[in-house]
Design a protein around this ligand. Structure first.
Ligand SMILES: C[S@@+](CC[C@H](N)C(=O)[O-])C[C@H]1O[C@@H](n2cnc3c(N)ncnc32)[C@H](O)[C@@H]1O
Length: 352
């Protein structure tokens, strides 16, 4: 939020940023802001993070997952991963028209100063403004930028094989080039009897789904939900290589908005606990609520979480039984079984 506010402060106060005159403006990793209204008819928004894309739509802006063409002015709000930021610079360079300007805003804690130096290495002169714990920096004359370095940056952010070629992934995704310790612990404890209709919430590039498809032959359908569109193609490739008849549905979705009611026999997840820059345990709580709603009355939830996260009270509310299946120094695996219809009816009667 700080970087977004700082970006619009720069647009309002820096006359050399041609926001009034640019005929085509692109906002990469765009987020909703009232200031966008002023140049809406000249604006293309690109966003791969579903909650931000939904917020753009709600605010009346259209968006695309992959912009094309050339732009006189590009605004960029990168995410926090270094290779991903550098590859955003390279991508912006490809999309800039001759004489166009790139304006980037980044929170100081995300290495803004270092990233500004990187941009200066390829672009020469860079202008800066510091505001709202962020830096806004801009550069022009893309024709003279150092293309060899930009090519390296582009390659550095590209989708590629990781973990000895076992999986496709991309910088910027959660634990993009390693298996999460918590997810590994969860897969050690998932029973191979998991079957029927299954959902993987926050599936990323598909580590948990890969395990489910390989080890659980009774699965009939598998739905993989993920907010980060960059993960979808990786997930498609990773699960596409598995020699089983089930083809998962890979869904670009903000899980906190719900994934249906009473449709799954099993939900498996390693829920997120960060929203952008900040730790946010309420995200995991929302995932648990959504999982409970999405499960059939006979369904169950398999969850791994960092040990300190306070999920147990809600789990006890939402599930008939919860059991701690495994625990390490850092993680816990929890199994939640939904109340059956019978137990609900018995409870209702005993309350009368
Ligand atoms: C802790 S990671 C787990 C990833 C993967 N399941 C694994 O085990 O390696 C949580 C995932 O949830 C995704 N995520 C975060 N917020 C989300 C939301 N609101 N809706 C859907 N997915 C979300 C993140 O992008 C991330 O891929």
């Amino acid at each position: 939020m700080h970087a977004l506010t700082a970006l619009f402060h720069a647009l309002d106060t820096q006359p050399e940023i041609p926001v009034e005159t640019a005929s085509r403006i692109l906002f990469l990793r765009a987020q909703a802001h009232p200031g966008l209204e002023a140049f809406k008819d000249r604006l293309t928004c690109e966003q791969t993070w579903k909650p931000h894309a939904d917020a753009l739509v709600e605010s009346g802006q259209r968006h695309t997952r992959q912009a094309e063409g050339k732009y006189d002015l590009i605004l960029l709000l990168p995410d926090r991963q270094r290779d991903s930021i550098l590859s955003d610079f390279a991508r912006a360079h490809e999309l800039l028209a001759e004489g166009g300007m790139l304006v980037t805003a980044l929170h100081n804690d995300w290495g803004a100063k270092r990233m500004e130096q990187h941009l200066a290495e390829v672009a020469g002169e860079v202008q800066t403004l510091s505001k709202h714990h962020s830096r806004v920096f801009w550069a022009t004359q893309p024709a003279s930028w150092k293309t060899e370095v930009l090519e390296q940056w582009k390659a550095g952010g590209a989708m590629r094989r990781v973990l000895d070629g076992r999986f496709w992934s991309q910088p910027g995704l959660f634990n993009w080039d390693r298996i999460d310790e918590g997810s590994a612990l969860l897969t050690e404890h998932l029973p191979h009897t998991i079957g029927g209709n299954v959902a993987d919430l926050g599936a990323s590039w598909g580590y948990l789904s890969d395990h489910l498809l390989r080890k659980c032959p009774n699965i009939r359908t598998l739905d993989m939900y993920e907010a980060d569109a960059r993960a979808l193609e990786c997930a498609r490739r990773n699960t596409g290589l598995i020699p089983v008849p089930v083809r998962p549905r890979i869904l670009w979705k903000d899980v906190t908005q719900g994934v249906g009611t009473a449709s799954y026999d099993h939900v498996v997840m390693n829920p997120p606990f960060h929203d952008g820059r900040d730790a946010d345990p309420t995200l995991g709580l929302k995932f648990i609520t959504v999982a409970a709603q999405a499960l059939r009355t006979t369904g169950d939830l398999w969850l791994v979480a960092n040990k300190h996260l306070p999920y147990e009270n809600l789990l006890r509310e939402a599930f008939e039984h919860i059991s701690l299946i495994a625990e390490t120094r850092s993680f816990k695996v929890i199994h939640g079984v939904k109340p059956t219809l019978v137990t609900r009816q018995v409870r209702r009667k005993s309350r009368r």
